[in-house]
Design a protein around this ligand. Structure first.
Ligand code: GLN
Length: 316
């Protein structure tokens, strides 16, 4: 058992540890609008399954969700089409390549390695775009994060559409390999709009809590996502969520996590908590440098590693 004061002390320590490495990272600049972020911002929210909420730092700052939206898109695709259909289009293997790599797609595979890299996420978007509008995707994201304010950040969307040649190259390669049969431009636009949705660390913690609670919303008791989808999505987050840093991150923290170049981190500790982090200073793999550091500390302090056998609960 741990007193709430102790949890807050651990979070304050975690922020101090994270701030210590911010200088070694840099904000994303390949999407010009993202380069405007303040690299020194850092905030963490921790929402536990027994209803406790802890937060410190820049937890209300809004930023674009970027690749964390790939988790929501995968949930919606699995719930809509089923795993057999979705995983016929995209694999579930870590690629060991950067998130926007074309190498494995062109040389080694007849389909994207996994739904967490751009090629896989654009493929998932090509499946969704035939069934849902971006407004449907926006509503889904609002529901799973319990935040009606979530909306497309037009400035980031326009900035990314003006610089998305690489994603269009990925999408046209997918089309040439007959992996996607939807209009390329529509698929890239849908994908870019879902990446441009604005969230905060609280939203990510709330979505993480939904996943930690097996897809059942704590506030209403309503099931939003099936257990099977929640299980598959957390597995893919653990093995692929941090791109070519996933193995090292899993070893160090053992927490299923998805990063985004806007600086967000979504983490899920099954039956314990959801964690949302904002820190736009990124490491070379495009993951929040401070968040990766502080999650290593929190994992040990709160026994969150998936293979940690020590119990942990907040003392009422
Ligand atoms: N890792 C990320 O968050 C990348 C997302 C970004 N929209 C891109 O396609 O490059």
């Amino acid at each position: 058992m741990m007193k709430s004061e102790e949890v807050m002390r651990i979070l304050e320590n975690a922020i101090r540890i994270g701030k210590g490495v911010i200088r070694y990272g840099s904000v994303a600049s390949y999407i010009p609008e993202l380069a405007k972020a303040d690299k020194n911002k850092l905030g963490i929210c921790l929402y536990t399954i027994d209803g406790n909420q802890f937060e410190t730092g820049n937890t209300e700052d809004r930023f674009t969700i970027q690749s964390i939206s790939k988790v929501m898109a995968l949930c919606l695709a699995l719930e809509t089409f089923g795993a057999e259909f979705v995983f016929d289009y995209v694999g579930v293997e870590p690629s060991g390549e950067a998130f926007n790599s074309l190498v494995e797609l062109d040389n080694r595979s007849n389909r994207p390695f996994n739904p967490m890299i751009n090629s896989g996420a654009i493929t998932v978007a090509s499946l969704l775009v035939n069934h849902y509008s971006i407004e449907d995707m926006q509503k889904y994201m609002q529901d799973v994060c319990e935040d009606p304010e979530i909306a497309v950040d037009e400035a980031v969307f326009q900035s990314e559409m003006a610089t998305c040649a690489r994603n269009k190259a990925i999408a046209y390669l997918l089309k040439s390999k007959e992996i996607i049969d939807t209009d390329v431009e529509d698929s890239v636009t849908f994908y870019t709009k879902m990446c441009s949705m604005s969230v905060n660390a609280r939203d990510l913690a709330m979505f993480g809590l939904l996943l930690a609670n097996d897809g059942v919303q704590l506030s209403t008791g309503k099931r939003l996502i099936s257990s099977q989808t929640v299980r598959m999505v957390q597995t893919i987050m653990l093995t692929c969520g941090m791109y070519d840093g996933s193995g090292e991150f899993a070893l160090r923290t053992g927490i299923p996590t998805k990063s985004g170049v806007g600086g967000g981190l979504l983490s899920v500790s099954k039956k314990k908590m959801g964690i949302g982090i904002y820190g736009p200073s990124l490491d070379k793999k495009g993951n929040c440098i401070a968040g990766c550091e502080l999650l290593g500390y929190i994992s040990e302090a709160l026994h969150l590693h998936i293979f940690d056998t020590r119990e942990w609960k907040v003392e009422e």
